[in-house]
Design a protein around this ligand. Sequence first.
Ligand code: URA
Length: 209
Amino acid sequence: MAKVYVFDHPLIQHKLTYIRDKNTGTKDFRELVDEVATLMAFEITRDMPLEDIEIETPVCMAKSKVLSGKKIGLVPILRAGIGMVDGILKLIPAAKVGHIGLYRDPETLKPIEYYVKLPSDVEERDFIVVDPMLATGGSANEAIHSLKKRGAKNIKFMCLIAAPEGVEAVKNEHPDVDIYIAALDEKLNDHGYIVPGLGDAGDRLFGTK
Ligand code: URA
């Protein structure tokens, strides 16, 4: 069964407060999202495999640990997911970055893929799918399907703010995908916005409306 991790580190919670605040402008919003993404990347990489190598310190030979070179793929869901990419790459700079673009079919309201570009070695990578908001779970589920149908086997999903409805939807559809969240909010409103949330993450990141 999927595990859900809520990163309630004080630094993350502090920065999230200013991300939520409607008076925070585009520049600060972008910087704060970047910083929280870095802090979350620190937590999400906790289970990365290590191996021993031998090195020589100024004092003696020593066995010491390095990352065992597990390949990571980072996949932002367009467009708001892009705001979290650089912050994560600060800690895992060798990660390859794929992109998945989805739009909502106006009749069925289902998310439809319009753009997918992934690293060529999908089957060998562990993937982190990122989107700041996990609302209904429709986009997250479709992006995860998209990766799985191309051969991805190990996928994590990371977002800033989730609604309980979205968490349940991803857990039900992808029980093998762990979910990493900075805050679990109350609910979705009638317009599909997370409450209290932060508004439209894409608009706030890119200064559009
Ligand atoms: N997407 C957003 O950007 N904000 C929400 O509250 C829900 C979905």
